[in-house]
Design a protein around this ligand. Structure first.
Ligand SMILES: Nc1ncnc2c1ncn2[C@@H]1O[C@H](COP(=O)(O)OP(=O)(O)O)[C@@H](O)[C@H]1O
Ligand SMILES: [Mg+2]
Length: 312
């Protein structure tokens, strides 16, 4: 039985401009024990899908099963199996950290779990904040408390919606260390992120969502293998010629240019030489997950990436 089974989920919102379809026939199964990544640009529908999984929004059609329990028909059962870290920082300003965790435990009918609460505080670097009021915490600290709250009832399935958006490197490392441990111990993890290196490092399997539809679904290793071409990467202070600027991925001084084959790399280098662009630390590498993502989103991926057979 899958940990989570999304079955032909569609969602249409009524908006002032008329109906807007945020999800279109999304079907995917997440198996027990998987570390699964749900990727997609802003607005792709990731949070909407997670809200439907959490029972916070209702699908227009389709259904979601959590270890066999229907989220609509059997809400309490399904909800208890899920630990959900929401994208938005929502918290009760009147509690301190430990009280918030005890209150959340009570919501799930869990009692006498102070030992587990202490372990959560320890593992998420919150020990010295245990008695701090939620209002006094920085954004990063609140995010840690949200993670602890999601885990307080030891749910078999952990769902994290952009947990590292805007958080510091230290929290990312603390968080991934802990979540990876829980995954090793058997918890299923569903993660949405737009940090693609994180997804590449952590997720065994990945679905990519574009405008409410699944456009790629495969093991991370298969997605990387099926990516076509290579990437010419270098550093420069110079301005790129327009024809390269339009296809380049630029992060500060680092420039990455996709190329189908060796001839295209030669062309890129010739264009750069003619424009007098000086290159430092040049290398040619295999596409990484971010390149695959860009190929899929622009519709230029090899056909064996998109909707490949889902082999586990
Ligand atoms: N309550 C709502 N009413 C109308 N449109 C919504 C609502 N919630 C989300 N949307 C729209 O649905 C699309 C998907 O949003 P969302 O699921 O938050 O995307 P993601 O999490 O992938 O960034 C977006 O275009 C968003 O504006
Ligand atoms: Mg979102």
């Amino acid at each position: 039985m899958p940990a989570v089974s999304f079955q032909a989920i569609s969602k249409t919102f009524a908006t002032p401009k008329g109906p807007f379809q945020a999800l279109n026939q999304v079907s995917l199964d997440i198996e027990q024990g998987e570390f699964f990544g749900l990727l997609g640009p802003n607005g792709a529908g990731k949070t909407t899908l997670i809200s439907i999984l959490a029972g916070l929004a209702r699908a227009t059609s389709g259904r979601v099963l959590v270890q066999g329990s229907d989220v609509q028909a059997n809400y309490a059962d399904a909800r208890r199996k899920l630990g959900i870290v929401p994208q938005e920082l929502v918290f009760d300003p009147f509690f301190n950290v430990r009280e918030a965790l005890r209150f959340q435990s009570g919501y799930f009918g869990v009692k006498n779990n102070d030992a587990w609460i202490d372990e959560l505080l320890e593992n998420l670097g919150l020990v010295d904040k245990a008695n701090a009021n939620m209002r006094q915490l920085s954004g990063g600290m609140k995010r840690r408390v949200l993670v602890a709250q999601a885990l307080v009832h030891k749910p078999p399935i952990i769902v994290l919606d952009e947990p590292t958006a805007g958080v510091d490197v230290e929290l990312r490392q603390t968080l991934w260390h802990f979540i990876a441990r829980l995954n090793k111990e058997g918890h299923t993890v569903l993660l949405t992120t737009h940090y693609l290196e994180e997804a590449e490092a952590l997720c065994g399997r990945i679905a990519m969502l574009k405008a409410g539809q699944v456009v790629a679904l495969n093991r991370t290793s298969e997605l990387l293998k099926a990516a076509s071409g290579s990437v010419l990467q270098f550093k420069t202070d110079a301005v790129l010629p327009a024809m390269l600027a339009s296809i380049a991925r630029v992060t500060g001084r680092i420039v990455q240019l996709p190329a189908q084959d060796a001839a295209e790399i030669e062309n890129h280098l010739a264009t750069l030489r003619v424009a007098g662009v000086e290159l430092q630390d040049m290398e040619i590498r295999r596409p990484d997950l971010e390149d695959v993502f860009l190929q899929v989103m622009s519709g230029t991926s090899a056909s064996n990436i998109s909707l490949s057979e889902v082999a586990l």
